[in-house]
Design a protein around this ligand. Structure first.
Ligand code: ADP
Length: 464
């Protein structure tokens, strides 16, 4: 589960949102707290200044005449702006020390002073702006006044602290709500973004289970995923096509092999009565077996060509005209049997080719030209060169190929005229398919032009 993209995306997204919300909450709370403390501090500053100016303006003896407190420490007269009768604010306090002979002596105080409040060692330890601090629920300000007086003003801020706690609680609840909303949105977005991938994988699964015609809808997901779907669909098309062709090939190959096997079985079951009959049966069996061997050899060659990774065949420097001429000489006796004239028109060409592969192709094309040309016909072989390729044309004035047969001429087991190509003549309809595969493995291709009753021209084009 933790390895799934969906989980990892959601985890990263959730973590990012959580960190962002925590940072927001942390700085938001600090901001609110400093706002509240700044307000309290302003008030403390004002009161501290008021006490300080009273200390300067009033006769200290007069102040001393004010009511004694139980502790024996006096209280200052009411601060400016407050009437004598007004009730002192119970949340506020102050204390005034006098520094004399290395000692602090409390002169005046009012309100409840926190017990852990102490003056510094010396008034000069107090900076000009004073020392602001928070002690539990109290906020206080220590300042230095004239004549070594030290003033402490403070305030109980438990109300403000409670306000801040409420603020914090509300913020945590708000952020939790936001977190849940963001997380749900993230989940929705992730699922939406990943659903095409799930669709792709389920389609691939269906295809793997054997439903080869299944395809990914082309409009699935984002542009990138649509591109991926297109590539995959194209691969599935090719895979399906390849498998169907493979199935067809196997079916046809089995069918082709059935005919000779049946013939051999029939011959084996016949009961020859004379030695001559027996010899003729054995000869017929041997002939059929030879044809079978030739068919099996061609099937094996095609399988080998199919399995080989398409890579250029090893080449060597060859006199192409000499090689073509040798092929023509080999075919001459078969042509003479049908009184077919072979003429050549060969340019002198030296090039890098695989001689065995080229010989096999020329041999196939030449034997076809002779086989499908009526007696007294004519076959011409040309070797030419253009700026980017070499071309070997084999042109005959034979029976030609019907236009609707032309697109299938290189298909395996294709025979335009089945009556001519029976098993004994070894025309299995594989020669052109093998030649085309070899030409492609050599980086080239075979093209055909033909007119029924007029003849055909097969051209092997090899890139330079
Ligand atoms: P085959 O071994 O049966 O000749 P090929 O693959 O060589 O198989 O040829 C496939 C089919 O193409 C042949 O059966 C024939 O019908 C047709 N064909 C090939 N070459 C020629 C040609 N020169 N003239 C007319 N038809 C041809």
């Amino acid at each position: 589960m933790f390895r799934s993209i969906s989980w990892q995306l959601q985890f990263s997204y959730g973590l990012l949102v959580l960190l962002a919300l925590l940072a927001l909450g942390f700085f938001g709370f600090l901001h609110q707290q400093s706002k509240v403390y700044q307000e309290v501090d302003r008030d403390l500053q004002t009161r501290s200044k008021q006490i300080s100016s009273m200390l300067v303006r009033h006769d200290l003896k007069g102040i001393g005449a004010a009511a004694h407190l139980e502790s024996g420490v006096k209280a200052l007269p009411p601060l400016p702006g407050t009437s004598k009768d007004s009730q002192p604010n119970p949340n506020r306090f102050y204390q005034v020390w006098k520094f004399e002979s290395d000692n602090f002596e409390i002169l005046f105080q009012n309100g409840t002073i926190p017990t852990d409040t102490h003056p510094p060692k010396h008034p000069r330890d107090i900076p000009q702006a004073g020392i602001t601090s928070t002690l539990g629920a109290h906020r206080q300000l220590l300042t230095r006044a004239v004549r070594n007086y030290v003033i402490l003003v403070g305030e109980d801020i438990s109300d403000q602290q409670q306000g801040l706690s409420h603020f914090l609680l509300k913020m945590i609840l708000g952020e939790a709500l936001f977190f849940i909303i963001f997380l749900s949105m993230g989940y929705w977005l992730t699922q939406k973004a990943l659903s095409p991938i799930k669709q792709i994988s389920s389609t691939a699964q269906t295809i793997a289970e054997g439903n080869l015609s299944e395809r990914i809808p082309p409009d699935a997901g984002s542009t990138e995923l649509q591109d991926l779907s297109q590539v995959l669909n194209h691969s599935f098309d090719r895979l399906e096509d390849h498998l169907l062709r493979q199935q067809h090939f196997t079916a046809v190959a089995s069918h082709e092999l059935r005919t000779p096997i049946t013939a051999i079985l029939a011959a084996a079951q016949s009961k020859p009565e004379t030695i001559e009959e027996l010899r003729s049966t054995l000869d017929s069996c041997a002939g059929t077996a030879r044809s079978m061997k030739q068919l099996v050899d061609q099937l094996l060659e095609l399988t080998r060509l199919d399995n080989e990774v398409r890579q250029p065949l090893p080449r060597e420097l060859v006199d192409l005209d000499i090689l073509v001429d040798q092929c023509v000489q080999t075919a001459r006796s078969a042509a003479e049997e049908k009184s077919i004239t072979l003429t050549t028109e060969l340019a002198m060409i030296q090039c890098q080719v695989n001689p065995v592969a080229i010989t096999q192709i020329i041999h196939n094309l030449l034997s076809n030209a002779i086989a499908y040309t009526e007696p007294n016909g004519h076959v011409q072989i040309r070797l030419t060169e253009t700026c980017d390729h070499y071309e070997i044309d084999i042109e005959d004035n034979g029976i030609g190929i019907a236009p609707d047969h032309l697109p299938h001429i290189f298909d395996r087991f294709f025979r335009a005229n089945r009556s001519r190509s029976d098993f004994d003549s070894n025309h299995f309809g594989l020669g052109l398919a093998i030649s085309q595969e070899i030409a492609k493995a050599h980086g080239g291709e075979i093209y055909v032009q033909s007119q029924i009753g007029q003849g055909s021209t097969f051209s092997l084009r090899l890139p330079k």
